[in-house]
Design a protein around this ligand. Structure first.
Ligand SMILES: Cc1cc2nc3c(=O)[nH]c(=O)nc-3n(C[C@H](O)[C@H](O)[C@H](O)COP(=O)(O)OP(=O)(O)OC[C@H]3O[C@@H](n4cnc5c(N)ncnc54)[C@H](O)[C@@H]3O)c2cc1C
Ligand SMILES: NC(=O)c1ccc[n+]([C@@H]2O[C@H](COP(=O)([O-])OP(=O)(O)OC[C@H]3O[C@@H](n4cnc5c(N)ncnc54)[C@H](OP(=O)(O)O)[C@@H]3O)[C@@H](O)[C@H]2O)c1
Length: 508
């Protein structure tokens, strides 16, 4: 859960400090209270009156900044902070940590792989390695508990209907899960973390390449516990050391060193085993070198009032053809194509501070293109069920109106009933020119500014790297054109909006 915010602010959809984070109980309680207070979060989150730890700012914790800028901002700080500045600042959890805790684990030696930041990719990996190479070696410590996901509960798959029409470039699914007996509960704005197995066909191919035959334990390990899509440097190292054929060892060494042009680029485990048949380390060592398979987070697209006992998601299928083989996203493809009602999945609700205003009469402006619509469907269901009086304005966009209007019929019905007072649609591939949600915002600048003057809360969900950044810029532009602010004043205004909990983001 994360957010793009102006420098100096932590994310707006802030997670409560997990029990595994490296704080004492008192520090954790204070931090929880502080974050809940700052972002208008859940009651009872902590004790903000306890003595605060010394304040520390993280000005680089903004995914809108370039890597060089972030590194410069952390100059002169301790190693863990300089390492943190190299991360993509999304707190996306794909590494199994938050940006800060991953950096701290690397600095302390508890984590040895610098290749875990998926959105930061090679650039982050290189910057981390450079810093670690210059740093005095830390004594390796046992891996710290990653700040990721507490133990989940069994949930049952019900359905995964396709939301995008025939001819769409995208496959987006409306996934329904049954919570009966799980003890899980949620509120609109929360996310669900779901653990799913790897593709059994891919696992079988890996077992065959390893000569594992009918080794049931190996298959189980690969199916449920190991990430076989993203081998780490230590896997390359291990394979290089075991390679009997010198060119194989050389190519694997280049991959381990992150050399430009090293091939096969973006290799998964099967690619490596296929490309380097002479590299066969002991299977137990190979398993230990692979990252653990992590659950994936999805913004919940339902309100428990409208969908009692169920949780509904809006999942974009991740699937790409690389070197003649389809590469499936683990969780999205499991949910879309392989899940069944008989085999329980493990789920966990991640509580968010992405919340509707406490006063239902407060207007809300929601910007959620693509799968970013998910929490706003939850919000609108909830407002319909509670007969919320305030005005609601939705900005939605995707490629084509004919095929990509996710939950289009429901949204039209809400507009008809007045649950939604205003709807602005941006279709990027219907015409000759791209139209994005921020263009619709700017066209409606005067109206949007009036809503904000009336106290509206402004929400953004979806793509962090491009959309949320551009929407932020459009909002600043509107403050300048309609509010007569300078660029600095507009930035300060946005900061104060976020501080009041009136600018919240759930971006990934
Ligand atoms: C707070 C939060 C909320 C989220 N909410 C939603 C949501 O509501 N709906 C939703 O669909 N997703 C959502 N996501 C993203 C989701 O968690 C997964 O990352 C996504 O479904 C891909 O997971 P996967 O297991 O299918 O693919 P993976 O197995 O993780 O990925 C396979 C490969 O594809 C790459 N990859 C992943 N995504 C893309 C992409 N879009 N384009 C190109 N390459 C990619 C990866 O780097 C990897 O190499 C959310 C993420 C966060 C952090
Ligand atoms: N972290 C992860 O693991 C993960 C996993 C899945 C998805 N994601 C991200 O989540 C996003 C959501 O995916 P999605 O398929 O639902 O939607 P999307 O790719 O965000 O597309 C939705 C609409 O937004 C448009 N768009 C593109 N760039 C934009 C910009 N700068 N500003 C505003 N709108 C813009 C798209 O137009 P065009 O396509 O025509 O340009 C499209 O019309 C993806 O972009 C992806 O990066 C992340």
């Amino acid at each position: 859960m994360n957010a793009i915010l102006p420098p100096g602010l932590p994310p707006a959809a802030v997670p409560l400090i997990p029990d595994s984070a490296p704080f004492s109980a008192a520090q954790r309680a204070w931090l929880n209270g502080f974050l809940a207070g700052l972002y208008g979060g859940a009651a009872g989150a902590g004790n903000a009156s306890a003595a605060p730890p010394p304040a520390e700012d993280f000005p680089w914790h903004d995914p809108g900044l370039e890597l060089d800028e972030r590194i410069a901002m952390a100059e002169g700080r301790p190693l863990s902070r300089r390492l943190m500045a190299c991360m993509a600042q999304l707190d996306c959890g794909q590494c199994g940590y938050l940006c800060q805790t991953y950096a701290e684990a690397l600095a302390s030696g508890a984590e040895t792989s610098a290749a875990l930041c998926v959105p930061g990719a090679k650039a982050t990996q290189k910057a981390l390695k450079a810093l670690l190479a210059d740093a005095p070696a830390a004594a390796p410590k046992p891996a710290a508990a990653a700040a990721s996901v507490p133990a989940g509960r069994p949930v049952r798959f019900v359905a995964a209907h396709r939301l995008t029409g025939a001819g769409s470039a995208k496959d987006v699914r409306h996934v329904v899960l049954d919570l009966a007996g799980s003890g899980l509960s949620y509120e609109p704005g929360d996310s669900l973390s779901v653990a799913t197995p790897n593709d059994p066909a891919l696992v079988d191919a890996v077992v065959a390449a390893l000569g594992g035959g009918d080794d049931v334990a190996l298959r189980e390990e690969l199916l449920h516990r190991r990430d076989i899509a993203r081998p780490l440097d230590r896997t390359f190292d291990l394979l290089a050391g075991a390679a009997k054929h010198a060119p194989h060892a050389k190519a694997l060494r280049a991959l381990a060193d992150g050399d430009d042009g090293a091939e096969p680029a973006d290799a998964d485990l099967l690619d490596l085993l296929t490309a380097f048949p002479s590299a066969r380390p002991p299977v137990a060592d190979l398993m230990a070198s692979l990252p653990t398979l992590k659950p994936r987070l999805y913004s919940i697209a339902s309100s428990p009032l409208a969908c009692p006992g169920r949780v509904e998601l809006c999942v974009g299928v991740v699937r790409a053809d690389r070197r003649g083989r389809l590469r499936d996203g683990v969780a999205s493809c499991h949910l879309a194509f392989r899940a069944d009602a008989e085999t329980p999945l493990t789920g966990h609700v991640q509580t968010s501070h992405f919340r509707l205003p406490a006063d239902a009469a407060t207007p809300v402006i929601m910007v959620g293109p693509g799968t970013g619509i998910a929490p706003f469907r939850a919000f609108l269901q909830h407002r319909e069920q509670t007969a919320a009086k305030g005005r609601a304005w939705l900005f939605f966009g995707d490629q084509r109106s004919a095929t990509d209007f996710l939950f289009g019929e429901e949204i039209a019905a809400w507009q008809g009933k007045g649950v939604l007072s205003q709807l602005s649609l941006a279709w990027s591939r219907d015409g000759a020119k791209k139209v994005y949600v921020q263009h619709r915002m700017t066209e409606a600048a005067a109206d949007l500014w009036r809503w904000l003057q009336d106290g509206a809360h402004f929400y953004v969900c979806g793509d962090a790297l491009r959309m949320a950044k551009d929407v932020d810029a459009a909002l600043r532009g509107i403050a300048q054109s309609e509010g007569g602010m300078s660029a600095d004043q507009a930035r300060d205004w946005i900061v104060s909006l976020a501080r009041q909990g009136r600018y919240q983001r759930d971006v990934y």
